[in-house]
Ligand binder design. Structure first.
Ligand code: BES
Ligand code: ZN
Ligand code: ZN
Length: 501
């Protein structure tokens, strides 16, 4: 992971290979943002303009002015909003810029000095952007990439107040958040022959134990004893048997009556569709069907790392959906944890079937809030595209989670749960069918999950089928492959709950 450091020294007093500076569009012209005054700014702007720079968001240019001064990596932030640039602008810019530092070692950036929001917020955002933009997954290459092919491994943030506790805390937060999102990405990027229910649960448990978070893994025997029919049915087709992972972070000294949070994440380590087999092309992408689980595990460990005074329990159903002689089939009726029964009409709508058990279990702890996230439906991608999550749930909390997501730069949109879609899920034999009769597949997913949420629990379901994975090349702080969403959203919601008292 990229190391981050702070310095209040002048740019000219540092021996650097390169400095990352911000540019912007102001009155249709390219401008250099504050912080780079030590450089020959007029000459820099003229040179950048001659090279065709406009200051547009995401633009990255490298300039060598002369032998004596560091390379300049100019990253565009676009046009400022009314309040200047915000954390989301800075996170993206830092992410794009760090990928232009391949082969460089002594790198600093003035990005946290552009103004706008408080400097601590900007330090955190730049720190997150640097770590996440530099993220790569090289575990499975037989030859480690050479330093010449890697972005700078350490970056110094040049700031006015490098020594104050709040600046240091902001940087430390960025490191912890960067590590958590990277962990979620690593889980998702790991191939399904290595990351399967038992191995995933064990990896999470080892990390949890090290972080002082209690971990419990239920195997087939305990799943059977506990009546987890959905997890057992979906996982039954694979030789890699299903698991239920539970992580409990319960810090001491929390006030009685403080809200508690349940997190639930879909952990299908590979989704072939099962007997309702998916088509061959792009089936490899279904290794990402445990992105919700990855995010929920990483978030719980992050809450612990930040020592937040709130109880968080993660309930993570893990199964592999394969067709075989022991696979569940269309027409099966499954009895879930808590006794509700589902009629299976399509074995490829398996996420909701495992989540039903997990949500029912999570609600037995009487949480105040429940956030569940999953790569649940292709219909989410059809409706909202690859980068915007769909959020369903109880009205108020759904909107709160949606706002939190947009606030931290993880785009999301609130979705309704219309009665006609629910009507289409009536089963001729059981309590509910696992698919709807008509269009609105994302909403049918939400409706199905709703059946298993306990009375009075404020809940939100975040469908991340599109946003969990980026197949189209890196942009901003989003690397190629897993994105690690919605870790930062869930953190923001939990901190928002804490702030409210
Ligand atoms: N894991 C898929 C959803 C998915 C699609 C995730 C694309 C990521 C990218 C899910 O289990 C699934 O197959 N859903 C079906 C539901 C249908 C059978 C009602 C779908 O979306 O087609
Ligand atoms: Zn499926
Ligand atoms: Zn799935």
């Amino acid at each position: 992971m990229t190391d981050l450091a702070l310095s209040d020294r002048r740019l000219s007093s540092l021996k650097l290979d390169a400095v990352i500076v911000g540019t912007a569009v102001e009155d249709d012209a390219l401008v250099l943002l504050p912080g780079a005054d030590d450089l020959d700014s007029q000459r820099l702007v003229d040179t950048l303009a001659r090279l065709g720079a406009t200051g547009a968001a995401g633009e990255v240019l490298k300039v060598a002015l002369d032998e004596q001064t560091p390379l300049v990596i100019a990253v565009g932030l676009g046009s400022a909003g009314d309040d200047g640039f915000d954390a989301n602008d800075l996170r993206k810019a830092a992410g794009a810029a760090i990928r232009a530092t391949t082969g460089l070692s002594k790198v600093a950036t003035t990005l946290a000095q552009v103004g706008g929001e408080s400097s601590d917020e900007l330090v955190q955002a730049v720190g997150e952007g640097l770590v996440l933009g530099a993220y790569r997954f090289d575990e499975y290459r037989s030859e480690r990439p050479a330093a010449d092919d890697l972005p700078a491994s350490k970056v110094t943030l040049l700031v006015d107040k490098a020594r104050t506790a709040s600046t240091k805390a902001a940087l430390s937060r960025a490191e912890k958040i960067g590590a958590a999102v990277s962990l979620a990405r690593d889980f998702v990027n790991t191939p399904p022959n290595d990351l399967y229910p038992d191995s995933f649960a064990k990896r999470a448990k080892a990390l949890a134990t090290a972080a002082g978070v209690k971990a419990e893994i239920l195997d087939e025997r305990r799943l059977t004893a506990g009546g987890f029919g959905g997890i057992l049915a979906v996982g039954g087709g694979s030789d890699r048997k299903p698991r239920l992972l539970r992580l409990t972070y319960a810090p001491t000294g929390i006030k009685r009556g403080t809200a508690s949070v349940a997190l639930v994440g879909k952990g299908i380590t590979f989704d072939s569709g099962g007997i309702s087999l998916k088509p061959g092309p792009k089936m490899d992408l279904m290794k990402t069907d445990m992105s919700g689980a990855a995010a929920v595990i990483a978030t719980t460990l992050l809450i612990a790392a930040l020592e937040l005074p709130i109880k968080v329990i993660a309930t993570v159903p893990l199964a592999e959906n394969l067709p075989s002689g022991s696979a569940y089939r269309p027409a099966d009726v499954i009895t879930h944890r808590g006794g509700k029964r589902s009629e299976i009409l399509n074995t490829d709508a398996e996420g909701r079937v495992v989540l039903a058990d997990a949500i029912a279990r999570a609600c037995e702890d009487n949480p105040t809030y429940l956030i569940e996230t999953s790569t649940l439906t292709g219909a989410q991608v059809v409706a909202l595209g690859d980068r915007t999550a769909g959020v369903m749930g109880t009205d108020e909390f759904r909107d709160r989670v949606t706002d939190a997501a947009n606030c931290v730069g993880e785009a999301a949109w609130a979705m309704p749960l219309p009665q006609d879609v629910r009507d289409g899920m009536k089963s001729k034999t059981a309590d509910i069918a696992n698919i709807g009769a008509g269009p609105g597949g994302m909403l049918a997913g939400g409706h199905y999950l709703k059946e298993f949420v306990g009375e009075g629990v404020e809940w939100a379901h975040i469908d991340i089928a599109g946003p969990s994975y980026n197949s189209g090349g890196a942009y901003g702080f989003i690397a190629e492959g897993a994105t690690g969403t919605p870790v930062r959203t869930m953190l923001h919601v939990i901190e928002d709950i804490l702030a409210e008292g």
